[in-house]
Each structure stands twice: as C-alpha cells, then as structure tokens.
Ligand binder design. Sequence first.
Ligand SMILES: Cc1cc2nc3c(=O)[nH]c(=O)nc-3n(C[C@H](O)[C@H](O)[C@H](O)COP(=O)(O)OP(=O)(O)OC[C@H]3O[C@@H](n4cnc5c(N)ncnc54)[C@H](O)[C@@H]3O)c2cc1C
Length: 451
Amino acid sequence: MVEHGAIHASGPDTDYLIIGAGAMGMAFADEILRGSKDAQVLMVDRRAKPGGHWNDAYPFVSLHQPALFYGVNSRELGAGGEDLVSRAQILAYYELALKDFEATGRFVFLPQHDYLPGGVLRSLISGRPDRKVAPRKTVDATYMDVRVPANTAPKYAHSERAQLIPINGLASLDRPYSRYVVLGAGKTGIDAVLYLLEQHVAPETISWVMPNDAWFLNRANIQPPNIAAEFIDQMRLMHEVGSLDLVLDELERLGRLLRLDPEVRPTKYRCATVTDEELAALRQVKDVIRLGRVSRIDDATLQLASGERIFPEAPEDILYVDCTADGLAPRPEVPIFAGDRITLQAISMCQQVMSAAAIGALELRMDSDAEKNAILAPVAHPAVPADYLPAFARTMENQKRLGGKMFCWTFTSRLSGAKHMPFFHFVRFMLATLRWPALDDERVAALLGDH
Ligand SMILES: Cc1cc2nc3c(=O)[nH]c(=O)nc-3n(C[C@H](O)[C@H](O)[C@H](O)COP(=O)(O)OP(=O)(O)OC[C@H]3O[C@@H](n4cnc5c(N)ncnc54)[C@H](O)[C@@H]3O)c2cc1C
C-alpha cells in the first residue's frame, strides 16, 4: 500500500517529482538519490510497475546494446561483456532498483497515477480524490514519447477477415500460417523476422514490408573493446572526406555500418543494431516489399503508398504482423533545465539512459540553469542520414564539456561508455578528439550538401 503521506509534510511536497518510471526516469532518480544525502523523490507512472515501455514489449525482445551500460548507475545489469538481457530480466532489474530507491527512505513511487498539468496526480484505479503536489522541481521523463506496437494502433485500416496482430502476438500463436507478412522495417520488424526464422519458419513464407531501408550499426563495434575505435573512425572521416555520403560509404567499407541489400541505398538512420549473423539471416527473406507504407489491408491484398500486393494464399492462412509503431520518433529540442522543470532528453546520440543519469548528476553539481544548459544540449534522435552528423557533433561537444565538469563521473559510472574502455583505448580516444574535434556548424553544412 502506497503511503501518500510519506513525503515531506511541510514546504514543498518533494524535491523532485519525476513523471515516468521508464528507463530515463529511473536513471535520473538513481543519480539524485545516490548523489545527494537528503533529496526527496516522488515518482509517478500510469503503469503498475517501473520499466516504462519494456512492460508492453514483446516477450522475446532483448536489449540491442550491451546490458553493461543500460539501467541505472548503482546496480549492475546482465552478465557483462556482450550480454543483451531479455525483457523479463529488464523488468526484474527495475523492480529491484525501485526497492533500492525505497530503502533510502527518501523515495516514494505512485504506480497507476496520471500526472496532469499543474502538479495534479490522479489515481487511475482507486477513485481517491486527486492530489496536488508542489515539488521543488518537476522532471518530465515522458518527453521521448516511446511507442511500441502493443499500445499503438496502426495508422492503416484493415478488413475484418485480415488477421492482424502486433508483434507481441507472435509469442502466443497456436497454429502455423502459410504466409507471414511483417509490416515495418525498424528494429521491431527486424526482431519479428529474426524470431520467425529462429522458430524455423521457412524464409520463402515470409514477406517483409520495408517502406525505407535503414543503415544499421554493427553491434560488434558497440562492445567495450571496440567503442573507442568506433568513435575515432567517425571523427576522422568527418574531417577527412568531403560529404556525408562518403562518410557513410567509408563507414560501411570498414564494417561499421551495414545495410540489408547492397543494391539499395538506405534512406533512414535510426541507430538500429544488428550483427553480421543476424544480417545474414535477414537476407534469407527475399520477398521484401518496397512500395512505401501500408495504407490498408484487404484480406489477401496489401495496399501500399505506391502500389499493391496480392498474396495467393487464402486470408485465413495469412498472418500480418504489425511492427509499424515509431519507437523513438524525433522530438523537438527544448531546454533541459528550465526553472522548476527538467525535461529529460538524449544528450548523447542514441544513449537516452546514460543521458538521463548525466542530467541528474549535473543537476546536483550546479545551480544555474544557463550554465547547465551550456554544458548539456539535447541531441535529437536521428531518423534520416542527414540527422546523424549534427547529432554526432552535438554528442561530442556534450561529452567534452561533461568530461570537463564531471571527469570522475564520466569514468566511474557504468552507464558511461568511457568507464568500459580499456585505459589505452581511452588515451587514443582523447588524442583523437584533439586531432579531429567536434564539427562546427559550417563543416556540418558542408558535409550535408543537398541532403
Ligand atoms: C524495443 C526497444 C529496444 C530498445 N533497446 C535499447 C538498448 O538496447 N539500449 C539503449 O540504450 N536503449 C534502448 N532503447 C531505447 C531506450 O530504452 C528508450 O529510449 C528508453 O527506454 C526511453 O525510456 P523512457 O523512460 O524515455 O520512456 P518510457 O519507457 O516510455 O517511459 C515513460 C513512462 O512515463 C509514463 N507516463 C507517460 N505519461 C505519463 C503521465 N502523464 N503520468 C504518469 N506517467 C506517465 C509511461 O507510463 C511510461 O512508463 C530501446 C527502445 C525500444 C523501444
């Protein structure tokens, strides 16, 4: 039973009201609780348990970057090395982290509560009167607006006979289908195809709707022994070659970027990661439908933005698997620190969790919003290749300033890639940042050209 009176009786209700118990809210809370001896934290979430979108994810999902630097700073996750933990492990981890928070005596979690503007907390279950809180600071840990298929209705219509499930439904099928049509080619679509193949579904019976091809990151290079080289090559190329396309081509030649079909130039860049083995498996699927987005499913006919596909199978033998939710759509950048409001955003490209922790750590070390915002600027989640350069440049600038302000934090926090770099790699990395500093706007514009 949640004790509603457990937070301060007088003065502000709490120091930090954190809206959202997803990965970002949890990483921020952890930083505040371990970095301060007296700060009080109240966390609310519409969901019953911490972990945010992982609560609704498909059972066979796992992290796509090492668990070694995911979660919260005060607790290890996974077996180390390349381990990618599963959804079940992630949810159990956040539950244990929450218990750690509660053990401080300075933390209260209100599950199944909606935060409404003006500091109103509404129980979604008890019918108790709304509670109004006046925190010293309100932390928006919902801003990334993560979407997963299980809780996002598809944008296309479908006939009644068309058998359409979100990816989660694959885990509870009780009969095989003659044809599986995977709709969507982001990380979720990749996971759906890989899962079907792992379950020995014949590749010829899989059709894959791919509105856009994307550049993939090679997961082998996001492992601690290789992180420094991954960054160094990118920094070097951005200074040495003349255009974004040449940077991408060279990264592909070096095995740092991958694509599904060597004949098709990717038009997306979303930080999805795959291994060489996964890519080889995905390439077994030959029926890749590149006719834009799905607009309607009529029984055995798929209507797409620039054409249609009629499957020969009977509608009851076709299973459409929805993977079209845009997990991390780009959000407008807003100042992170703004008076009594903190809006959690990535400050490192595609590293939302480390970002939330870094914001928490900086919050405890400095008072002035202007100074804090001058150290950490938001980095929008990339969607297309042209987003990659400014996001990378901003990441490098943030890292440099963060290292200058919080050197120890950067090298002792498990969420920070730097902690996991061998010392010798770190020295090479630092030397590289001197030789190839973060790109300025002029160089970014020159590399982008007509992109
Ligand atoms: C499938 C998938 C795999 C990923 N894998 C990785 C990975 O391997 N490595 C990595 O670094 N990143 C990964 N990410 C990205 C990373 O996990 C997410 O960016 C991060 O989890 C974002 O979490 P969040 O806390 O911002 O959002 P969420 O998880 O969406 O949490 C926000 C919470 O806020 C709550 N909420 C919203 N509005 C309100 C309100 N008004 N009142 C109360 N509560 C509210 C919601 O209920 C939700 O629980 C992955 C993302 C996805 C979708």
